[in-house]
Design a protein around this ligand. Structure first.
Ligand code: AHM
Ligand code: MG
Length: 341
C-alpha cells in the first residue's frame, strides 16, 4: 500500500484554509471553481481528435479552425465557471482584448483573475500536451464598484496565487499560493483531482534546455554563446545538456519543474520582447517556479518585478533551475560588457 494520503483537491484546499484562521474561504472557492472549468476543458481537449469525425464544431473541417474553436471554448468555459461565484471583480484573458467585467446580476468580489485559456493550442491536432494558465491578484480599486484595468495591471510579485492545468497523458493541476507548489492528477474515472505531487521542489540545477533554436540567428550574443556552451562536453558541469522543446510552454516548463532544467523564450532582433505574454504566461509561471525554488528572469531582472503597462504585453523569459538561470544572466551580462554582436 502506498504512503501517499488520499487527498482530493477540495479536501486539500479546505485543510489549507483551516491552517489560516484569518482566511475567509473565498480564495479556496475560487480555486475550486477553476478546477471545475479545468475538468470540463480536459474532457473537451481529449475529444479534440473526434471533432471532425463527430462534427462537433459544426463548421469547416480545416485544422486551424478546430483549434480556434477549442481556444474559444476554453475561454468561454472559464468565464462561465468564474463569473457568478462572487469572488471576482474583473477578469482578463489572452483571448480577449479588453478586461472582462462581471455581469451586473452577480455579486462582485475582491479578487482579479487573469488566464490563458488554452496555451500551446497550435499543438492540438498533433495530440501534444497543452495547458490552461491562471493568475490571481487582490483588487486595488475601491471594493464598492466593478474591477478596473489597474486591478489587472499589477506586477507579478503581487500575485496571491497562480497555477496551470496540463492536458497531457494525464490531466494535472499545479498551483501555488506562494508557499509550496502542489500537483493534483485528475482521476477521470471519478472526476476528482487527487494530490499526486505534494510540495514540488525543482532541482537547483538541471540537464535539460528548452528553446526554439530556429531563432538562433536573431538571438542576443549572450544567448548564442550560452547555448553553444551547453552543447560542449564537461563532466563537472554535466554538459552537454539535453535539448527538449515541445513548443507548448506549460508542457516544457512542467517537465523542467519536475526534472530540472531551463526554458528560454528570449527577446531577439525581430521581436525584442520575445513572444510570451507577461500577464497570462510569464508571471504565473514565474510565481510557480520561484515557489518551487527556481528562478525566472528576463535576462536582466526578475520577471515578477516587471511593472506592466498593457494587458497583452510580451516579455522575454528565462525560467527554471536557479543555477541555470543565473548562468544565462551571466552570459548576457558578459556579452553586453564586451559589446558583442
Ligand atoms: P499561444 O499562446 O499562441 O499558444 O503561444 C504560446 C506558445 C507557448 O506555449 C510556447 O512556448 C510558444 O508559443 C512556442 O512558440 P514557438 O513556436 O515560436 O517556439
Ligand atoms: Mg498562450
Amino acid at each position: 500500500m502506498s504512503n501517499t494520503p488520499f487527498m482530493t483537491l477540495e479536501r486539500y484546499i479546505v485543510d489549507q484554509e483551516r491552517r489560516h484562521p484569518e482566511a475567509t474561504g473565498e480564495l479556496s472557492r475560487l480555486l475550486s471553481d477553476l478546477s471545475i472549468a479545468a475538468k470540463i476543458i480536459a474532457r473537451e481537449t481529449t475529444k479534440a481528435g473526434l471533432i471532425e469525425i463527430l462534427g462537433f464544431s459544426g463548421s469547416t473541417n480545416v485544422h486551424g479552425e478546430s483549434q480556434k474553436v477549442l481556444d474559444l471554448y476554453a475561454h468561454d468555459m472559464l468565464f462561465k465557471a468564474m463569473d457568478h461565484g462572487g469572488h471576482l471583480c474583473v477578469m482578463a484573458s489572452e483571448e480577449q482584448e479588453d478586461i472582462i467585467h462581471i455581469p451586473k446580476q452577480h455579486r462582485i468580489g475582491k479578487y482579479v483573475l487573469l488566464f490563458d485559456p488554452l496555451d500551446g493550442s497550435s499543438n492540438i491536432d498533433a495530440n501534444v500536451s497543452i495547458g490552461t494558465i491562471f493568475s490571481i491578484y487582490t483588487r486595488i480599486s475601491p471594493d464598492d464598484g466593478p474591477g478596473t484595468l489597474e486591478d489587472c495591471l499589477q506586477p507579478g510579485y503581487k500575485q496571491i496565487a497562480a497555477g496551470y492545468v496540463i492536458y497531457g497523458s494525464s490531466t494535472m493541476l499545479v498551483y501555488t499560493t506562494g508557499s509550496g507548489v502542489h500537483g493534483f492528477t485528475l482521476d477521470p474515472s471519478v472526476g476528482e483531482f487527487l494530490l499526486s505531487h505534494p510540495n514540488i521542489k525543482t532541482p537547483k540545477k538541471g540537464r535539460i534546455y528548452s528553446i526554439n533554436e530556429g531563432n538562433y540567428k536573431y538571438w542576443h550574443p549572450g544567448i548564442k554563446r550560452y547555448i553553444k556552451w551547453l552543447q560542449e562536453e564537461d563532466q563537472k558541469t554535466s554538459r552537454p545538456y539535453s535539448s527538449r522543446y515541445i513548443g507548448s510552454m506549460v508542457a516544457d516548463i512542467h517537465r523542467n519543474l519536475l526534472y530540472g532544467g531551463i526554458f528560454l523564450y528570449p527577446g531577439d532582433s525581430r521581436n525584442p520582447q520575445g513572444k510570451l505574454r507577461l500577464m497570462y504566461e510569464c508571471n504565473p509561471m514565474a510565481m510557480i517556479i520561484e515557489a518551487a525554488g527556481g528562478r525566472a528572469s528576463d535576462g536582466y531582472k526578475r520577471i515578477l518585478d516587471i511593472q506592466p503597462t498593457s494587458l497583452h504585453e510580451r516579455a522575454p523569459i528565462i525560467i527554471g533551475s536557479e543555477e541555470d538561470v543565473l548562468m544565462v544572466e551571466k552570459f548576457i551580462a558578459e556579452a553586453d560588457l564586451n559589446n558583442e554582436d
